[in-house]
Design a protein around this ligand. Structure first.
Ligand SMILES: [Zn+2]
Length: 184
């Protein structure tokens, strides 16, 4: 309801209408469709293009949740290409203009996953079970990410993310250059 009211929805409770019971709500006016992608993109909390650019650069033009870079294919879905968006770290927190520290670079898929988890919070035990299933190396890597509060990228991954931003023609040229460099 907190999300609907700023979008023009008029929802009455027993406080507004004495005829209603405390557990009843009355929908007086339907507002804007907050579930539509355009609306979500427009958002109640505007992100300026300058902030967006800042966040993308800070995160190395890669999804902070799964690590995929823009234009890359997903390992489990080779037909889908990664499209990056700038999302809110906490999508359920309401507020005004968003600052870079409240924002995170994420691919459209991770962004959707987070949205679909609306109101569904994993318990500590559920997450811990997944943690213990990881091989030792995975556990060490995870601890490293936890300490850094983000998925750390190797230097190679950072360069890869930059490379993925280039147009196809330039990527081909770079690939040929690197091929020559390694052969010499
Ligand atoms: Zn992702």
């Amino acid at each position: 309801m907190r999300d609907l009211r700023p979008a023009g929805w008029v929802i009455r409770t027993y406080r507004d209408r004495p005829s209603l019971q405390p557990d009843q709500l009355y929908l007086e006016k339907i507002g804007r469709p907050v579930w539509e992608p355009e609306h979500r993109a427009a958002g109640l909390r505007q992100i300026s293009s300058k902030t967006r650019r800042l966040v993308l650069e800070r995160d190395g033009h890669a999804c902070r949740r799964c690590g995929h870079a823009a234009g890359e294919a997903y390992a489990d879905d080779p037909d889908a290409r990664v499209r990056l968006t700038v999302g809110h770290v906490n999508p359920h927190k309401s507020g005004s203009a968003a600052n870079a520290e409240d924002l995170i670079t994420e691919c459209a898929r991770c962004n959707e996953t987070v949205k679909h988890l609306t109101g569904v919070q994993m318990t500590k035990g559920q997450v811990w079970d997944r943690v213990t299933e990881l091989p030792r190396r995975g556990k060490q890597e995870l601890l490293h990410w936890m300490r850094a509060d983000g998925r750390t990228m190797s230097q190679t991954e950072r360069v890869w993310a930059m490379y993925r931003q280039l147009p196809a023609v330039t990527r081909e040229e770079l690939q040929a250059d690197l091929d020559r460099l390694l052969e010499s």
